[in-house]
Write a protein that binds this ligand. Structure first.
Ligand SMILES: Cc1cc2nc3c(=O)[nH]c(=O)nc-3n(C[C@H](O)[C@H](O)[C@H](O)COP(=O)(O)OP(=O)(O)OC[C@H]3O[C@@H](n4cnc5c(N)ncnc54)[C@H](O)[C@@H]3O)c2cc1C
Ligand code: SF4
Length: 338
């Protein structure tokens, strides 16, 4: 059995207190919300914080506020179960409800938070292993080693962004309120991510993700499809998030963002641009799906063969667009498992 290393747990009651505590702790301190990703990682010694700053006891960080007409604000420690079953999220931002509802298992969705899901660690077959396993192969540069075992001549880590909700929030144009020792800032969610498997977040470790702000839902349609081996609880090895705003029968605005094909959610601007001003015909959908698959560059460091995941990108973008066009009355399933 893998055990947690010793640490001190603090339970601040306000964001300001949490910011102070994590800043005072310096490199020894880490934030924790539901702990569903961090605690297993600590058991494998991928993270070894001496102080954990728990966010779940801060009332301001929990709950869904506002109305879809003017945009919803979701507190970062709102559980994934609450997001997935919130009536306004289900009705007006269906891709987000789907993505939150497909994370892991019911138990983890009851503990796991949407902020933790956005900030969740990147993954790789050579990294998500016990300490003994990693030691036996000489470790890798993401933790304790100095080479990448996937691409040994590469100066960087290629671990995979594996959040279900991040690609959806990106496609919906969400913003984040981030609070740190220097004050607070609001940034587009797309600006949170870096294309690096180790430094995958463009924020300081003492900055807290406080809120996720969704834009008004007017006229937007959205869908999320997920590929994984075990439908009961696996991480995505491909996620496809599509959001469209229609003007009559033509597309006025579009966004297609892929998950689990790079170290960050991967936007596909050329594919999205090809939709704008057009009717959603089967021919257009086929062309756009091919364009969207271009930027998908999965590597051989997660489940399923990388060429299969690349092929499935085209299939999933086609299915998502056909669903939003109303071309598949029975609908495709939200996830594909083998
Ligand atoms: C068996 C298993 C299956 C899983 N399957 C999936 C899956 O299918 N899809 C998926 O997306 N995830 C999956 N996960 C990962 C995890 O359960 C979810 O991503 C969950 O949403 C993480 O949220 P949390 O609150 O538990 O995060 P935590 O574990 O508490 O934190 C995760 C990271 O985010 C940071 N963090 C948390 N909250 C904040 C905040 N407010 N501000 C700044 N930093 C913060 C922490 O410091 C930590 O680095 C799985 C995990 C397990 C163990
Ligand atoms: S991509 Fe390379 S450096 Fe990154 S976790 Fe995998 S083996 Fe390690």
């Amino acid at each position: 059995m893998m055990r947690l290393p010793p640490f001190t747990y603090t339970a601040p009651r306000s964001v300001a207190e949490a910011v102070r505590t994590v800043a005072d702790g310096g490199p020894d301190a880490m934030l924790v919300a539901g702990g569903t990703d961090l605690y297993p990682n600590m058991k494998r010694r991928q993270f070894e914080p001496k102080i954990l700053v728990g966010l779940r006891g801060i009332p301001d960080l929990s709950g869904v506020r506002g109305e879809a007409g003017s945009g919803l604000t979701i507190g970062a420690v709102t559980t994934l179960s609450s997001v997935a079953t919130h009536p306004d999220v289900m009705r007006h931002y269906p891709a987000l409800a789907t993505a939150a509802g497909l994370v892991s298992s019911p138990q983890l969705r009851n503990m796991g938070t949407i902020g933790g899901n956005v900030c969740v660690d990147t993954r790789c077959n050579y990294y998500n292993q016990s300490f003994a396993w990693r030691k036996a192969i000489g470790f890798c540069m993401k933790k304790d080693g100095d080479v990448c075992l996937v691409a040994p001549s590469s100066p960087r880590c290629w671990a995979v962004s594996s959040s279900d909700t991040a690609p959806v929030l990106w496609s919906l144009g969400a913003h984040l309120r981030v609070v740190g020792p220097a004050g607070e800032r609001t940034i587009p969610l797309s600006a949170l991510f870096r294309d690096d498997g180790i430094e995958y977040l463009a924020k300081r470790s003492d900055e807290i993700l406080a809120e996720i702000v969704l834009p008004p839902a007017d006229g937007w349609r959205s869908a999320y499809l997920k590929l994984r081996r075990r439908g009961s609880f696996d991480f995505p090895v491909l996620g496809v998030a599509v959001a469209l705003r229609m003007d009559g029968d033509r597309v006025a605005q579009a966004s297609i963002v892929l998950g689990a094909v790079a170290s960050l959610p991967r936007a596909t601007p050329k594919a999205a641009a090809a939709l704008v001003g057009e009717r959603l015909t089967p021919e257009l959908i086929t062309r756009v799906a091919a364009l969207a698959a271009g930027p998908a560059k999965p590597l051989d460091n997660t489940d399923y063969a990388h060429f299969y995941r690349k092929k499935m990108t085209r299939v999933f973008v086609t299915r998502a667009l056909r669903r939003l066009a109303g071309l598949d009355p029975d609908g495709a399933p939200d996830q594909e498992v083998a």
